[in-house]
Design a binder for this molecule. Structure first.
Ligand code: GFB
Length: 308
């Protein structure tokens, strides 16, 4: 029986990937533009959910950004993300929606959590300062879902992705994450014959990357097969250093110049490789290799970028 699934944040990188995957099934995608309902407006959100009565909600609306954006816009990251999630999660409950998937991030874990990071590491140590604002908002979202499950029996679950990339990513050089930033930096250096590209930090930080289409499949798999109190990790299970990533992107873009590491920029958390054993046990595994994913994302960038 087909379900009516509201993808909150349907235009973002994650939201649009979820729409692509759901459209391959016999489920119906519900979406609402920001011009119709601002998700920061609690009353508007409640009225829309009451009227549209989705069978399930996937919460992919967030204020997101890379290490520089998180540090610079701390108040926006904690306030906007708290408002968005409280409006949608509480609104879902008030409207009697019994199924909701909340999306968080691997930055919820302590800076020095034992690696690979298991779900049980949550709240066992201090957070990474550069993104603690976003992390606290996302931890609150996990706790909201657990509280509505505990008090009202709502089947709300939380899925924690690692660093994501893919089509519809943000390529703004100040606010973006590292992978899209490197694609753009190497591309622009190549077409403008610039001799060197600046990479932030030491290059020693390790990161785990997952293509957003793999994540979307993982989220739908959890929607269909996971219904427990604890959040669940959804990562690729492999990590590489920023220096290795930069070398990979440089080669895929075909840039011949030099890399300069700007150590005045923070590395952020040294490592955040998640243990995704539990989601693998459910039957989901990533399918897109990093090199192939970067190459296809570069092609997407070339077809969709604003500048020449
Ligand atoms: O992707 P990123 O901004 O976020 O940075 P985080 C990852 C690493 O790449 C850091 C380095 O060590 C950066 O210093 N890096 C190198 C760069 N060059 C660049 C560049 O040109 N741009 C950027 N942005 N980084 C995010 C959180 O942390 O992780 C988010 O801020 C979210 O909120 C996400 O949780 C999953 O991986 O450090």
């Amino acid at each position: 029986m087909s379900r009516r699934i509201w993808v909150a944040g349907h235009k973002g990188m994650v939201g649009s990937a979820l729409v692509r995957q759901i459209e391959k099934t016999d489920d119906e995608v519900l979406r609402v533009d920001r011009s119709t309902v601002d998700l920061r407006d609690q009353r508007a959100v409640q009225l829309w959910i009451n009227e549209n009565k989705p069978d399930a909600i996937i919460f992919a609306a967030a204020m997101v950004g890379g290490i520089y954006a998180n540090e610079t816009y701390a108040a926006n990251f904690i306030y906007d993300n708290l408002v968005l999630e409280t409006n949608v999660i509480h609104g879902a409950h008030e409207a009697g929606v019994n199924r909701l998937v909340f999306l968080g991030s691997s930055c919820i874990y302590p800076k020095f959590a034992p690696q690979p990071i298991q779900e049980s590491s949550l709240l066992t140590g201090p957070l990474e300062p550069t993104n603690e604002w976003y992390a606290i908002a996302k931890i609150a979202g996990i706790k909201l879902c657990q509280a509505y499950r505990k008090q009202y029996g709502r089947r709300y679950i939380s899925v924690m992705p690692c660093n994501l990339y893919g089509p519809n990513d943000n390529f703004d050089l100040q606010r973006s994450h590292v992978l899209p930033a490197l694609i753009r930096k190497f591309h622009e250096a190549k077409i403008n014959n610039v001799s060197e590209v600046v990479v932030w930090g030491t290059g020693a930080a390790l990161r785990e990357f997952l293509h957003v289409d793999d994540l979307a499949r993982g989220v739908l798999h959890c929607l269909n097969h996971y219904d427990e109190y604890e959040h669940i990790n959804c990562g690729s299970g492999s990590e590489l250093s920023i220096k290795e990533l930069a070398t990979m992107v440089k080669s895929i873009v075909g840039y011949q110049g030099e890399l300069i590491f700007d150590t005045s920029r923070p590395d952020g958390t040294p490592r955040k490789l998640m243990d995704s054993t539990r989601v693998h046990a459910l039957g989901w595994k990533p399918e897109i290799a990093l090199e192939d994913g970067i190459a296809s994302t570069y092609q997407w960038y070339l077809s969709n970028r604003a500048s020449p």
